[in-house]
Design a protein around this ligand. Sequence first.
Ligand code: CA
Ligand code: CA
Length: 145
Amino acid sequence: MSKVEAFLTPEEEKEIISAIKTAEKNTSGEIRVHIEASTEKNHEERSLEVFHLLEMHKTKDANGVLIYVAVKDKKFVIFGDKGINDVVPDSFWNSTKDVIQNHFKNGNFKQGIVDGILKAGQELKEHFPWQIDDEDELSNEISKG
Ligand code: CA
Ligand code: CA
């Protein structure tokens, strides 16, 4: 647990939340960040589990995106809901993954998450543009496990 607490300062958390708000101004897609120390499970499986725990599968257009980070394991997964995967190529998240990976490699965790969120927002914009009746369907707060 201490590992997760030490991962981001309160200021950094604020920056991440603000990045989510910025990204969601361009797209109806809903972005969430979940951070935990580690998991015994396969990280892909665990991200799917967290996605459901956070009830992210309930968005109107099935366009929720979870950025899952296991700090101690030094792993992250970008999990996009069905509505996104139905309309984008398999390579869709590659550029976002690269952005995050490059920062993580250099130990810049906060910047990796912030830039990853903003990149995901840009990518989503094309397929799921923001609309006037848009609702903030999922909390922008960081989830910690
Ligand atoms: Ca929204
Ligand atoms: Ca949101």
